[in-house]
Design a protein around this ligand. Sequence first.
Ligand code: 16G
Ligand code: ZN
Length: 503
Amino acid sequence: MWAEAVKVGLEQHAKGDLKAIQYGTAGFRTDAKLLDHVMYRMGILAVLRSKLKQAAIGVMITASHNQEKDNGVKLVDPKGEMLEQSWEALATKLANAKDDELDIVLDEIAQSQGIDHALPSSVFVGRDTRESSPRLAQAILDGIKAVEGAVIDAGIVSTPQLHYLVVCQNTHGQYGEASAKGYYSKISQAFKAFRGSNPVNGRYSPKLMFDGANGVGAQKMKEFLTFLGDSIQMEIVNDGTQPGDVLNGDCGADFVKVQQTSPKGLEKTRGERCVSVDGDADRVMYFYNDKESGQFAMLDGDRIATLVAEFLKELLDQAKNVPVACVPTGVKHLHHKAQDFDIGVYFEANGHGTIVFSDAAQAKIRDTAASSNSIQAQKLAHLVDVINQTVGDAISDMLLVESILHAKGWSIEDWRKAYQDLPNRQMKVRVADRNVISTTDAERQVVTPKGLQDEIDALVKKFPQGRSFVRPSGTEDVVRVYSESDTQDNADQLAYEVGLKVH
Ligand code: 16G
Ligand code: ZN
């Protein structure tokens, strides 16, 4: 059964004595040199998953905002979701199997999952612009071929484009046409229909500066612009075409968020609305430098979430409060929870997020838009199609924000003035073992070590409007401390004092 898989594995994609690796929050991610055998095996695993689900599966090669020398791989489930958690363990097991025990582990997986080998399969493979990505893509294709799976090579795509392709394929075109052209035309048509013929409105101007992180986002944005016509006037920097351009090097959404400063090429902007995306274009960050003072101001995922939620509330003409829910850190938890609502809006502060509509809500919006003269219903129906509901999508999210700012006639300063954040601080604390800290209540209460939560509570009480949370990171060997208070000094002091307790 697995003779070919073992043979090709041994001869071309051997693991040898490389150390074990884990399927983490966002798939496997490490130095690209260590990933060849992992890719090969994930190609095989994707075929098995496709047979089990009787649907197309996606495999994306990217290390997102990590440095160029890293790479990674994540599997995309049939509805566009991240790989089901129970399979993360299978992926880890397969990736770490000895070369000559590949058949044993594959048998175990196939039998425990009841996979019928006679069934057909289909796997979409996409990759970002990293130098290592074509070679790693080939390893995945070799894996798929070794178990006679069927592959659709999507080439260079953004992560959200790959999710979109998988969903379109599995819904037989109901979500859109499963091609790059299908993606661009669906979103751009909805964007133009929502906006109407006048690109200017009030203090909103269609001029926008775009930082492509020297990655796939820049390439895809350029393709997108040919569909958007003059509804947007964009200047792209960090497009990866200039000598010395480095993926995520002093640019991109993560750089802007973490450094709280403008990326390379946009430092000298004054007042212009600027946007940064990350290395696989699933995160977006807005910012500007003040016209007069040049002071940097950022509008992150929190700002996008509130902008969108408020606007949807207005469109729906509901005076009621918007219910809020909390989940542990990580996109997969957010996406899942958002699906409990008719309309679920979620964004991480880092700029990853989207809006999901239930089937019933979607049907109602479309019916009302078609059967009544309600301009609001028609606007909402267009907006639904601007959104890539399958996963956080930097470019689709950007067009959503642009739509709302245009509708409100807002400049980026108007947006920032919508509310004032409490001063806050995020801090990393290095500890011997981050797992001694465990939490509950969506990571807002510490359970162990015993007594730590009481100490945090006591400190928080000393600070006006104080709040502080502590949790182990899911991606680094550190503990994260968050604090807020009435002034920046107080927020910093609170974080510092809580940090001391964590040590
Ligand atoms: C990963 C997650 C992100 C989460 C972050 C938390 C995906 C695609 N990304 O980047 O959602 O916010 O990890 O990392 O799932 P932390 O626990 O180290 O703060
Ligand atoms: Zn990313």
